[in-house]
Design a protein around this ligand. Structure first.
Ligand SMILES: C[S@@+](CC[C@H](N)C(=O)[O-])C[C@H]1O[C@@H](n2cnc3c(N)ncnc32)[C@H](O)[C@@H]1O
Length: 365
């Protein structure tokens, strides 16, 4: 007897989708999804949902790392290698046709071949490649397509249909990516800099800033301009000002903004901004971490110069959303606190193996 029981993906009536998120911003993704449909499950790095009208608009979720159609949930999976047979059965019984029809309605394009990416938690007698090859071989058979294994480090060729298997405890979820590539890879990001921010986290920060009605939004350490380009997607009207001490970063940001006249760029020190006092309504900032990217100029002496200058240029009642990296909470908050900013919200996220905090501050003057 097989040691699994398969359940179809329809968690509740209507089509089921799964969005992946950076750890920490799942509730913000759920809120963004709330405008399109109903969230059915919110868990570590995932939001499951169904939409009223499936369509390509699901690919416009900016706080999602990626969006998938959920094809099957198999329960009862063991830890032995033999239990992978249950997974193969689960693929056989999954509603692949329905899943692919929903993918097509959501804007998924034509593909050739199949690839699988697997992950699991806990000790198992199989590897991720064993899972991928078991599922991929069965998918290829069912769909009449060629399977491209990742075993041996080979990346699948572009244009394959990408499946994802996630195993946790005794449960495996099988999902298929809708877009041709992960949503977090933004087409606008043609130029990059070291330490550039993950776009969905930048999108989350822009949402936390409450940009509706904001006149001027500033990023004083703009790098490749990710925060401001993501801010443009949230609010239609603000003026977006990007400053960086490094001329190459400013060139990269201007390139990514693609000559949009709402943006203004300047090479300057964030500790001495070329802006009048009280000029700015919102600040989005990802200051240098001191790991990959060094602080230069006035910031090389610490965060204080940045926060004192923000206190000067931010209008009363203005909001600063900052990604703060110091390992201790007290150290992270010391400079904003000393400059007169009040912490309204703090959200810890997981990024590149570190756990920075998104701090939302109001200017209390
Ligand atoms: C973590 S990176 C910002 C990445 C950016 N958010 C992005 O998505 O590409 C920090 C940036 O701060 C800049 N920087 C360092 N010292 C600075 C200073 N004194 N004034 C302004 N920018 C500075 C660096 O050149 C770098 O581009």
């Amino acid at each position: 007897m097989r040691n699994h029981a398969i359940t179809r993906a329809n968690i509740s009536p209507g089509p089921s989708l799964l969005a992946r998120a950076t750890r920490g911003i799942e509730p913000l993704l759920a809120a963004e999804i709330g405008r399109l449909g109903v969230v059915t499950r919110l868990r570590h790095r995932e939001v499951w949902f169904r939409v009223r009208e499936p369509g390509p608009h699901v690919l416009r979720l900016r706080t999602a790392d990626d969006v998938f159609v959920l094809a099957a949930v198999a329960a009862g999976l063991g830890t032995s290698k033999a239990s992978l047979a249950g997974l193969t059965d689960a693929v056989r019984e999954a509603g692949l046709k329905e899943a692919l029809a929903l993918r097509a309605r959501c804007g998924g394009g034509r593909t050739t071949g199949v690839d699988v990416s697997a992950s699991f938690l806990g000790r198992r007698a199989y590897t991720r490649y064993d899972v991928e090859d078991a599922v991929g071989t069965e998918l290829a058979r069912a769909l009449g397509a060629r399977y491209h294994s990742r075993r041996g480090g080979g990346a699948p060729p572009p244009g394959t249909l990408s499946w994802r298997v996630a195993i946790e405890d005794d449960r495996a979820t099988l999902a298929v990516r809708i877009a041709a590539r992960p949503l977090h890879r933004r087409p606008y990001k043609r130029a990059s800099v070291t330490g550039t921010l993950h776009p969905p986290v930048a999108a989350a920060m822009a949402r936390l800033a409450g940009l509706d009605g904001a006149g001027t939004v500033l990023d004083p350490c703009c790098g490749a301009g990710t925060l401001l380009v993501e801010a443009r997607a949230v609010a239609a009207r603000p003026r977006l000002l990007g400053v960086d001490h490094d001329p190459e970063a400013v060139r990269a940001a201007a390139r990514n903004a693609a000559r949009d006249t709402r943006f203004g760029w300047a090479v300057a020190d964030a500790g001495c901004l070329p802006l009048p006092s009280g000029h700015v309504d919102r600040v989005l900032v990802n200051p240098p971490w001191g790991r990959q990217v060094r602080a230069t100029g006035l910031l090389s002496r610490g965060d204080r110069a940045l926060w004192e200058e923000l206190a000067r240029v931010v209008a009363p009642g203005g909001v600063v959303v900052a990604l703060l990296h110091a390992p201790e909470a007290a150290a992270r908050m010391a400079a904003p606190d000393a400059a007169g900013f009040e912490l309204r919200e703090a959200i810890e996220v997981s990024l590149s193996g570190a756990h920075p905090v998104i701090g939302v501050f109001t200017c209390s003057r």
